[in-house]
Design a binder for this molecule. Structure first.
Ligand code: GLP
Length: 238
């Protein structure tokens, strides 16, 4: 695991964007795993700025988001579909059919999860996946206790995660369930970059540093992977 520490969120975001754009420069048909949450917003902002200068960046790129809430419409303000459109997809030249998110409103959610796994495999597997980090160590929506070999499935969210993600629901109930890539799915990505910023992430970063592989702390599964880069800024380390 390679650790890189930046002075501030802006520098971290710029480095994350450079990694993403570098992967596309190396392979214009790259398959990317993408996160939501507050942390990657700066990365997406830098990517959009670079791609409006160099227009055809995403023409042959395929993306798979890590997760989506269950049982809310795709165009709900709190959905990850809306988040991705707003922060990235509306501003880049990705083909809509190449930008994948699990469909949280599919009639059969278990079948939808299986379809998502098949789509990732048909695209050739994830090449580079970016992750945020939950305060309790969750990655995607894999909450503490998730087996390291888990696949894409429906999960119940913890109340702390629902509270942490309440902003986009403007006082309404945060969904109780979500669809998420499993830890096993994520670990099959050839390269992984984890982003963490903000003092709220300090305990999780400290725990990740201990190299103690424990399903009670999902991000520790990343020690099982041989190409992980962790980008932190000074607000998230002690
Ligand atoms: C949500 C997402 C995660 C993300 C986490 C952290 O729970 N499902 O993928 O990593 O939030 O979000 P933030 O970056 O806002 O702290």
């Amino acid at each position: 695991m390679i650790w890189e520490t930046f002075d501030d969120y802006e520098a971290l975001s710029s480095r994350a964007a450079a990694i993403l754009l570098g992967a596309i420069a190396d392979d214009p048909g790259a398959v990317l795993g993408l996160p939501t949450g507050r942390t990657p917003i700066g990365m997406y902002r830098h990517v959009v700025a670079a791609c409006s200068r160099e227009y055809h960046c995403f023409q042959d790129v395929t993306t798979f988001n890590l997760d989506e809430y269950a049982r809310i419409p795709r165009d709900h303000p709190g959905s990850y579909y809306t988040f991705m459109k707003h922060h990235l997809f509306d501003d880049i030249d990705i083909a809509p059919d190449n930008a994948h998110l699990p469909d949280g409103n599919a009639p059969d959610l278990a079948a939808e999860c299986e379809r998502y796994e098949r789509d990732i495999a048909s695209a050739g597997g994830l090449g580079l996946t970016f992750l945020g980090l939950g305060r309790n160590g969750h990655i995607g929506f894999n909450e503490p206790g998730t087996p390291f070999d888990s696949r894409t499935r429906v999960v119940e969210l913890t109340s702390s995660t629902r509270q942490a993600n309440a902003d986009l629901f403007a006082g309404a109930q945060v969904p109780t369930h979500a669809l998420t890539m499993g830890i096993g799915t994520i670990l099959e990505s050839r390269r992984i970059v984890l982003l963490a910023s903000g003092s709220g992430k300090r305990p999780a970063i400290e725990r990740l540093e201990t190299l103690d592989l424990d399903p009670a702390f999902p991000a520790s599964a990343l020690w099982d992977h041989d190409d992980v880069t962790v980008l932190v800024d000074r607000t998230s380390v002690t």
